[in-house]
Write a protein that binds this ligand. Structure first.
Ligand code: SF4
Length: 62
């Protein structure tokens, strides 16, 4: 699984970082960054939860 944050949509609420801090981190610009190239299998459920809970629907997975 790969995961992406659309920086034009993210409003920096930090929900994704709270759910999956090993995958998402708020950058100094206040926009969430993805820390991993490929999401480790054991973190995929957390990433799916972050996709569902992102209030801006800024996170997508492939
Ligand atoms: Fe941005 Fe969505 Fe993460 Fe909030 S949950 S910081 S809007 S990507």
């Amino acid at each position: 699984m790969k995961v992406f944050v659309d920086p034009d949509i993210c409003m920096g609420c930090g929900v994704c970082e709270t759910i999956a801090p090993l995958v998402f981190e708020l950058g100094e610009d206040g926009i969430a960054k993805v820390l991993v190239d490929i999401v480790p299998v054991e973190l995929e459920a957390d990433v799916r939860q972050a996709v569902e809970e992102c209030p801006e629907e800024a996170i997508s997975i492939k």
